[in-house]
Ligand binder design. Structure first.
Ligand SMILES: *Cc1c(COP(=O)(O)O)cnc(C)c1O
Ligand code: SF4
Length: 456
């Protein structure tokens, strides 16, 4: 299959959209001014069931619709287009809406960006000791865009916001200096958008650098969902698979961290072939994905997703909470509900699916799992647990929040039993203040990672 990409400029060429009324198509064109839009022929022909497109999970995952925007935002853009406003005017209005959806797009860049000899390493984030995140410059887009994922820095083309790295030398130097790092996670966007040649340059540099402490190369990607032909019939598919083989032969582990939102993404012959081709290289595939209202917010879906993954040789890894998706009102699932989905989906699996941990919030203090709801002396509480922590002493430490059925995120939760702060808060303030040397006021706002973590 040959890739044909669809975005705002050629949206009308999508044959299946002819099923929609003119009004519905126009609404998509308006929403797509605000929510970055991109899909392709594989998705449109194989993953979306057009007969029920309005509730189809993959349609919702790829096509911006009126529902995803607040009414006032939609109307603003619609009225500008209607009165024939020029491009500059529309762009200005759209930027303004973006700012309202994500008021501090630049702040996230200040955190966890390491330095080497006083140079900020912009395409790197190092938060948890063992794992380094790496954003290669050429990997900052995807084969299709998820409507829940506002990858502001990448998609809005503001140079100063692009955290990415062009050459591997600084990365290698940093790895050499930091022997506690066992894993490098190559992420994006989607790093599998890179050519085998580009990806190979980074991987070869890592392998050639003789870093014995580095045991695992992870790649975070949604390509198996959006373009499995990357591992089948693209001109450089064979080269790509050879890179994976080379990692295996070098004695390191290649962990392909795949993002699957819905079982339908695992249903095509192409994805099965692609999974098989990856596994044959000696790499392993683990899966992680956010729980999203209107896409996968049900135990039956997750149960099927994990069971299908295990059947195909994929290891279920994380179930995430989404955050600040831009269309929070549309995609958000409360923490308690997400835990119920996880628990009920998990209850009907064998142990091989139970490698999956969730629901997890990637927050400033760490990766926090909602492990359950219980009662202690008549107070209903939520039991939380650090799976990863900014301060390793917090790892695996359970802590309690007052039960809150509507809470969507950590900052909606209060400590149980009338305590003023969670146990880690004082130390966290100090860590953030020291390491970033930023204003106290900024420190007190909680930053989450999910905003800029991608498929991986
Ligand atoms: C999730 C995450 C990682 C990887 O954590 P694992 O638990 O090892 O998968 C690394 N860095 C950041 C910033 C993360 O959010
Ligand atoms: S979730 Fe991943 S694949 Fe989807 S748009 Fe975001 S970065 Fe791209």
């Amino acid at each position: 299959m040959k890739l044909k990409t669809y975005s705002l400029h050629n949206l009308t060429e999508i044959p299946q959209l002819k099923r929609l009324s003119k009004k519905q198509r126009q609404e998509i064109e308006i929403a797509a001014r605000v929510i970055p839009f991109k899909t392709n022929n594989y998705v449109v022909e194989n993953l979306i069931r057009w007969s029920n497109y309005k509730t189809d999970p993959i349609f919702i995952l790829n096509f911006p619709t009126k529902d995803l925007l607040k009414n006032e935002h939609f109307e603003k853009v619609a009225s500008l287009i209607k009165k024939g406003a020029n491009k500059g005017e529309i762009t200005k209005a759209v930027h303004n809406i973006w700012l309202q959806l994500n008021p501090h797009p630049g702040d996230q860049l200040k955190h966890n960006v390491p330095e080497l000899n006083k140079t900020k390493l912009k395409g790197i984030q190092h938060k948890y000791n063992e794992t380094l995140l790496f954003f290669p410059t050429q990997g900052q887009t995807c084969h299709a865009y998820c409507t829940f994922c506002f990858r502001w820095p990448q998609f809005t083309n503001r140079q100063e916001l692009k955290f990415a790295m062009n050459k591997p030398d600084l990365l290698i130097k940093y790895l050499k200096k930091n022997k506690q790092i066992t894993d490098i996670l190559i992420t994006g966007g989607d790093p599998m958008i890179m050519s085998a040649n580009q990806l190979g340059k980074y991987i070869n540099a890592i392998l050639d650098a003789d870093l014995s402490h580095l045991t695992t190369i992870r790649i975070g990607s949604k390509v198996l969902s959006y373009w499995p032909y990357r591992f089948i019939s693209d001109p450089d598919s064979r080269d790509l698979l050879n890179i994976f083989k080379k990692v295996f032969k070098s004695g390191k582990h290649l962990a392909f961290m795949a993002n699957f939102s819905h079982p339908v993404e695992l249903s095509t012959e192409a994805v099965k072939l692609a999974i098989g081709n990856i596994l044959k290289t000696g790499a392993q595939i683990r899966s992680q994905s956010p729980v999203l209202n209107n896409i996968n917010a049900s135990p039956a879906i997750w149960n099927e997703l994990w069971k299908e993954q295990v059947k195909l040789g994929i290891i279920p890894y994380y179930m995430f909470m989404p955050r600040d998706t831009g269309a929070q009102h549309y995609f958000a699932v409360p923490l308690v509900k997400a835990w119920e989905i996880y628990k009920d989906a998990y209850a009907a699996t064998s142990g091989l699916c139970r490698t999956v941990r969730g629901p997890i919030m990637s927050t400033s203090p760490g990766k926090i799992q909602i492990t359950g709801v219980t009662e202690i002396f008549d107070e209903k509480v939520m039991v939380l647990l650090f799976l990863q922590a900014r301060d390793t002493k917090w790892t695996r430490k359970p802590f309690l929040a007052k039960y809150n059925e509507d809470a969507l995120w950590l900052d909606d939760l209060k400590p149980a039993f009338g305590k003023k702060e969670f146990f880690y808060e004082k130390t966290l303030r100090k860590i953030l203040y020291d390491s970033n040397n930023i204003r106290k006021l900024e420190v007190e706002r909680y930053y989450d990672d999910k905003k800029y973590m991608s498929s991986g």
